[in-house]
Design a protein around this ligand. Structure first.
Ligand SMILES: Nc1ncnc2c1ncn2[C@@H]1O[C@H](COP(=O)(O)OP(=O)(O)OP(=O)(O)O)[C@@H](O)[C@H]1O
Length: 387
């Protein structure tokens, strides 16, 4: 979709910003460009919409050499989101959002309807926020308007330069998640510049790690964290890259432990006997539909009244995560609820539980799988169990 071929940029004062850039971004892929200040990320991005012209090499969008496309026409196909948002202060949120459709000649009614739709999509009620002016919004809300505006004319390509840098860390994480959800439906081809490796890892299908003026490694987040291509990349991703890997490793069914299960309406003493036989200290409790209710301790069951049921003694357990969620989410649930395990569900169906030991194992298998260039399922458990 976007292809850089030996692209270089030397500014008129002789500064070489980037040199020999060759990489490709697939259709619907989100690629993050990450690196320290001044390494050439913004220059790379601005060459895609011809706000900056390369001094060597060429860039293709959809197979077309962009130097042959009229810049104005090119920019209509490319949404652009920048850190300071760049909203027009004297125009309402709705008018700001409708800017590009209006520019490309949509009728006023259609442009406004589209703007309302987009505001809704980024989580801003158009009735409440549409008539406001940018100064009447929070930083995070302004950022969402920036995203809505960039998407308004439905461009296939989106360029985002530090889009979440101006908001506080909590709002930033929320905006990142919202954008990922949005991206899973709109599937734009996205180049996102950031200097924050956490953000790059979280957001990118692939990451380009920049050294001075060139890409040191271009790969999936797991591979960059697991097998940094150069000592520079290893330093840049940081010594705690194992922790960062938690954010990009998905929970898979084979990571889970299957504890004993009891139903709410089962007789308590019978379950106590069963758990005793297994040497288990607790069981997960499901309701009649097989959905997670909570857990029950073997000790409590042993002390139950003669006709008591599991339901009388079961405790609620709200710590759960969906299968496929990152390990980090499971870890954070455990910490937040001070629990030794967290339930993993597939929709409403209970699949199993993740424990700290299993989490560690999943992480080790993921590191191992990346080092060997195979899928995590192909790494045997016993190769990492003692690690
Ligand atoms: N107009 C210009 N004239 C001369 N040099 C420039 C110009 N714009 C950028 N540069 C230089 O080119 C290099 C790359 O800049 P660029 O803005 O692409 O880096 P960056 O990685 O995006 O940095 P940051 O994270 O600080 O925004 C820097 O050394 C910068 O000083």
């Amino acid at each position: 979709m976007i292809r850089f071929e030996q692209v270089g940029k030397v500014y008129p004062d002789g500064t070489s910003a980037v040199d020999g850039l060759t990489f490709e971004v697939g259709r619907g892929e989100l690629v993050t460009l990450v690196g320290p200040s001044g390494c050439g990320k913004t220059t790379t991005m601005m060459m895609v919409n011809r706000l900056i012209e390369p001094t060597s090499g060429r860039i293709l969008v959809d197979g077309e050499d962009i130097s042959t496309i009229d810049p104005v026409r090119l920019r209509r196909r490319i949404g652009y989101v920048i850190q300071q948002v760049g909203l027009f202060p004297h125009r309402t949120v709705l008018d700001n959002t409708a800017t590009v459709p209006a520019l490309v000649g949509w009728k006023r009614g259609r442009a406004r309807r589209r703007a309302e739709e987009l505001l809704d999509l980024v989580g801003l009620d158009p009735k409440t926020y549409g008539p406001r002016y940018p100064a009447q919004l929070s930083g995070g809300q302004r950022q969402r308007v920036g995203v809505a505006r960039a998407l308004a004319a439905d461009p296939p390509v989106l360029l985002m330069d530090e889009p979440f840098a101006a908001v506080d860390p909590v709002a930033r994480e929320r905006l990142q998640n919202e954008f990922l959800t949005l991206q899973s439906t709109v599937r734009k081809t996205v180049l996102l510049v950031t200097h924050d490796i956490e953000e790059a890892v979280r957001m990118g299908d692939r990451i380009a790690v920049y050294g001075k003026g060139r890409i040191e490694q271009y790969d999936r987040p797991g591979a960059v964290l697991g097998t940094p291509a150069t000592p520079y990349v290893a330093r840049f991703v940081g010594a705690d890259r194992g922790l960062k890997r938690l954010s990009v490793t998905a929970i898979e069914p084979e990571d889970l432990e299957e504890p004993p299960i009891a139903r709410l309406d089962e007789p308590a003493r019978a379950v106590a006997g069963r758990l005793g036989g297994l040497g288990a200290r607790w069981a997960v409790v499901l309701n009649a539909e097989g959905e997670l209710h909570g857990w029950v301790a073997a000790d409590a069951l042993r002390g139950a009244e003669e006709h008591g049921t599991v339901g009388d003694l079961a405790r609620r357990m709200d710590a759960w995560v969906p299968v496929g969620a990152p390990l980090k989410q499971a870890f954070s649930e455990m910490l937040q609820r001070d629990a030794g395990w967290v339930a993993v569900l597939d929709g409403a169906r209970f699949l199993g539980v993740l424990t700290p030991a299993k989490l560690h194992e999943a992480l080790r298998r993921s590191v191992d799988a990346d080092a060997r260039g195979v899928g995590r399922g192909e790494v045997p458990f016993d190769s990492v169990a003692d690690a």
